[in-house]
Ligand binder design. Structure first.
Ligand code: COA
Length: 139
């Protein structure tokens, strides 16, 4: 499959095998920026939602995002791409849960091109009903 001018071989991918995506979503025209590509802030919101899913399970209750430790937009996202978010816990502390999120786009073409578009690391903190941090329950 020919690569576009900005795309490297490292960006083409297959979806990770052996694990289900945490979240799948397709951006709509209302999610586009003024240039017609998908707005980075929309992608960041979806990444935060995806990362919070394993964090909430591990915390056994509500969490708050305390930090976005890293975020890389490797390739643009287009309206109509089918996005798959793979979120996994990479570290836990006393109250915190750090999650890696990788996002893959299936371009809406007949040859079903798959590209890793975004990588991020976020940290969540388990919180109580007063929004104060609380220790994680035993794993
Ligand atoms: C979440 C909150 C209650 C935590 O308050 P706190 O307990 O006083 O915060 P602390 O500074 O003690 O840090 C709590 C944990 O986060 C970790 N942490 C703090 N800053 C961090 C950073 N920049 N990167 C990674 N981890 C960080 C700390 O190391 C600690 O982890 P540990 O308990 O596992 O050792 C508070 O910061 C808050 O309300 N933040 C706003 C959250 C929010 O509105 N998010 C957006 C919408 S969800």
């Amino acid at each position: 499959m020919p690569l576009s001018t900005q795309q490297t071989a490292a960006d083409t991918a297959t979806l990770p095998s052996g694990c289900a995506p945490t979240l799948r979503v397709m951006p709509m025209p209302s999610d586009a920026n003024i240039h017609g590509d998908v707005f980075g802030g929309w992608i960041m919101a979806q990444v935060d939602i995806a990362g919070a899913i394993p964090a909430t399970r591990r915390a056994g209750g509500r969490v708050a995002t305390i930090a976005v430790n890293a975020f890389t937009f490797r390739q643009p996202v287009f309206v109509g791409d089918l996005l798959s978010f793979y979120a996994k816990i990479i570290k836990t502390g006393t109250t915190s849960i750090t999650v890696s999120v990788e996002v893959y786009a299936e371009r809406q073409r007949l040859d079903a091109e798959i590209i890793k578009v975004t990588e991020a690391i976020l940290t969540y903190v388990a919180t109580d009903d007063q929004r104060r941090s609380r220790p994680l329950p035993p794993a």
